[in-house]
Ligand binder design. Structure first.
Ligand SMILES: Cc1cc2nc3c(=O)[nH]c(=O)nc-3n(C[C@H](O)[C@H](O)[C@H](O)COP(=O)(O)O)c2cc1C
Length: 162
């Protein structure tokens, strides 16, 4: 079993989750930023991204679209909004929309802190207000519990991929 953990991360939150996933995987494995990752040659690919404007950032969206047909894939994301709520769900729906040609095994999301200046600026824009308000509470995330959950998710996905 050959596993790739690839991620896009602007401020390090998604990279932390990627590392927790990578460390939990017991198989032949690689961890690479999406800009350096190859799309072929893996049994399982974890794709991680920060939710941006309720969706998947372009760099990760392009990578997902380029994965080979039938590729076993698992998504993970960090987001300022509340875990399990409607706002991050929209981003996972966008990810699923890009992945119709893939075999998606599961998804994991947790909160990631957002710079206060970013929150202040985006709160003024109607399309960002809802998540930016929720993001005020994400100051310590991802935290140790998030990273433990990410590790559990990783193990479950590897189990499913066999
Ligand atoms: C331009 C921008 C747009 C964002 N849009 C959303 C959003 O729609 N929903 C949300 O929950 N968080 C949103 N966030 C917050 C990020 O998803 C969150 O801080 C994430 O953990 C950043 O991950 P990173 O450190 O890996 O870049 C946004 C952040 C930025 C900078």
């Amino acid at each position: 079993m050959k596993v790739l953990v690839t991620y896009y991360s602007q401020t390090g939150n998604t990279e932390k989750v990627a590392r927790a996933i990578y460390e939990a995987v017991t198989a032949q494995k690689e961890m690479k930023p999406v800009a350096q990752a190859a799309a072929a040659g893996y049994d399982l690919v974890f794709c991680g991204f920060p939710v941006q404007a309720h969706s998947v950032p372009g760099k990760m969206a392009e990578f997902v679209k380029g994965l080979p047909k039938g590729q076993k894939t698992a998504f993970f994301a960090t987001h300022g909004s509340l875990r399990g709520g409607q706002l991050p769900r929209q981003a996972f729906e966008s990810a699923a929309g890009l992945a119709a040609h893939l075999k998606v095994l599961g998804q994991f999301g947790c909160r990631g802190k957002v710079d206060q200046k970013v929150i202040d600026a985006l709160m003024k824009k109607p399309e960002h207000k809802a998540w930016a308000e929720e993001a005020l509470g994400a100051v310590g995330n991802p935290d140790a519990a998030d990273l433990r959950d990410a590790a559990e998710f990783a193990q479950a996905m590897v189990g499913k991929a066999y």
